[in-house]
Write a protein that binds this ligand. Structure first.
Ligand code: SAM
Length: 505
């Protein structure tokens, strides 16, 4: 029977935070021995059109992927891409979570993104049952959900939108009606009082959503929210325990003054669940992406910096000064496009961050980063008296702190892509298939990228490794005529695409 997701399709996309390598990295840091992403088994519940699980299967050919979803049309869209890419390590099936049995096998990673809050209680129970019964001994389950207390704010708007659209039928028309109400509310409150600030804060984000996401995320019958402690208690009934959040930043109290952190520690009395619940109160958290594992696994509650030596590191750091001084103890400032800025005067830290920014988007193994940073900062000079073991310990601690602050990323296995443009550039076949099908585009680092520019989309389709610069320029000019394209513009566009990690050559 067609579902509302068949009538009004939800556009799939990749979520980097659900990628098995990210889950393996966190599991390793918290003391588990997870399956390597390069050879693992992944199940995604409510996978929609496979926008998340198909790029994973494409990037990890030795791993096996299963995606299930109730909406047959979404599964059919995903299957088309799978066929086009000749992927043999993935199966998508139209299937109800309620009917999933032991025949499906066992999985190292189970993902439920955008599902748990949008289904009735019996389906939520089943999701947790599956997360327990189908998860391998060292497996990790990812479940995202709307959270309280921040969810109260969104719920207030949802209740008003449901009332306003009570007599409207048709998903698209209901979205239109709901948006009109939101705009009316914002416009009617020009003054800077608490209510208008709340409206602006919540409504701006809502109005940016695509109509399909707006409808399914906000106006559907099921939209449930939970306090973190309630979710963890439900997981514990299924013999699952809390591992971590997918972003360590969300578990930090360091953004608050030290006395606030001290107070949280005193209130929580070493209970991590209670501690994070108080953090949710402080941060008015409205969404969580929680990792669970089997109860009984002994975890390090503080991430272990010794593991950092087994990992690779990436960062999009940009120094503020044109020629940062990485040899002295002068402070240097670095900017991170998604997470703000930081400054440090430690030569090893400055050299490491500078190097990461220079090689972005490529990842570097920690050991190589240590070697390069010691060399750039002059600390490998025997007269500098900086023993490598000391520097290694110091740098791994710092890398972990920067990871927890979202200033850099860690991975077990770095993804492969070309970050320089070859004579005959080639884009990933996955990107070609996604552009042709007008789907959201996923790069080779499992991130969704936006490419609204029609010329760039056309250029991507031409990048199949057969055309040199002259041929690309000639074809682009004939496609875009009468607009002119210069060789310099083409080169810049190709470099941009390389920085987006969509090229394989
Ligand atoms: C909000 S969408 C999220 C899709 C995708 N996971 C994402 O986050 O973008 C929820 C998906 O769950 C699917 N779904 C809902 N109930 C389900 C069930 N009982 N069994 C399988 N899939 C279900 C819907 O068809 C829909 O594709």
């Amino acid at each position: 029977m067609p579902t509302i997701y068949d009538e009004f399709p939800y556009p799939g996309k990749a979520f980097g935070q659900t990628h098995p390598d990210h889950l393996a990295t966190l599991a390793l840091l918290f003391g588990m021995t997870p399956a390597p992403a390069e050879q693992c088994r992944v199940l995604e519940l409510g996978c929609g059109d496979g926008g998340n699980v198909i790029p994973m299967a494409f990037g990890l050919p030795r791993s096996c992927f299963t995606g299930i979803d109730l909406a047959g049309s979404a599964i059919a869209r995903g299957q088309k891409i799978i066929d086009e890419l000749h992927l043999t390590n993935i199966r998508l099936q139209q299937f109800d979570v309620m009917d999933l049995s032991a025949d499906f096998g066992e999985f190292d990673y189970i993902i439920a993104h955008g599902l748990y809050s949008w289904v009735p209680p019996e389906v939520r129970e089943r999701i947790l049952e599956i997360a327990k019964s189908r998860l391998a001994a060292n497996g990790v389950a990812f479940i995202s959900y709307n959270a309280y207390p921040g969810g109260h704010l969104r719920q207030t708007l949802r209740e008003m939108m449901l009332f306003h659209t009570r007599n409207i039928s048709g998903a698209r028309e209901r979205v239109k009606g709901a948006r009109e109400l939101l705009e009316f509310l914002v416009q009617s409150h020009p003054e800077q009082d608490a209510y208008s600030m709340f409206l602006r804060f919540e409504v701006e984000a809502l109005l940016e959503r695509k109509p399909e996401c707006f409808y399914h995320d906000e106006l559907e019958e099921h939209n449930h929210r939970f306090y973190f402690h309630e979710f963890i208690a439900d997981a514990a009934r299924h013999d699952l325990q809390y591992l971590s959040e997918t972003r360590l930043l969300n578990m930090q109290s360091g953004v608050f003054p030290p006395e606030t952190s001290d107070k949280i520690n005193a209130l929580s009395q070493d209970d991590d669940i209670v501690r994070e619940q108080y953090l949710d109160f402080l941060k008015l958290r409205n969404f969580r992406q929680t990792l669970l594992c089997h109860a009984g696994i002994a975890l390090n509650r503080s991430p272990n910096s010794e593991c950092v030596a087994q990992l690779s590191v990436t960062s999009q750091a940009r120094p503020s000064s044109a020629e940062p001084d990485v040899r002295s103890t002068a402070a240097e400032e670095f900017n991170f496009p998604k997470s703000g800025k930081m400054s440090t005067n430690h030569p090893l830290a400055k050299a490491a961050i500078l190097h990461l920014g220079r090689i972005w988007p490529q990842a570097v193994p920690f050991i190589e980063l240590l070697r390069t940073a010691r060399n750039l900062s002059g600390r490998d000079d025997p007269s500098a008296g900086a023993p490598i073991v000391e520097d290694s310990n110091w740098l791994s601690d710092m890398v972990l702190r920067l990871f927890a602050a979202d200033f850099l990323e860690l991975c077990v296995h770095a993804s492969k892509f070309a970050s320089t443009v070859s004579d005959r550039p080639a884009a990933s076949p996955l990107v070609h298939a996604q552009v042709r099908a007008s789907l959201n585009i996923t790069n080779l680092r499992h991130a969704s990228i936006s490419l609204d520019d029609e010329a760039a989309r056309h250029l991507l389709l031409m990048l199949d490794g057969t055309r040199d610069r002259q041929q690309l320029l000639a074809e682009l000019r004939s496609h875009l005529a009468p607009a002119e394209v210069t060789a310099g513009q083409l080169e810049r566009k190709l470099e941009e695409l390389a920085q987006m990690a969509v090229l394989v050559a």
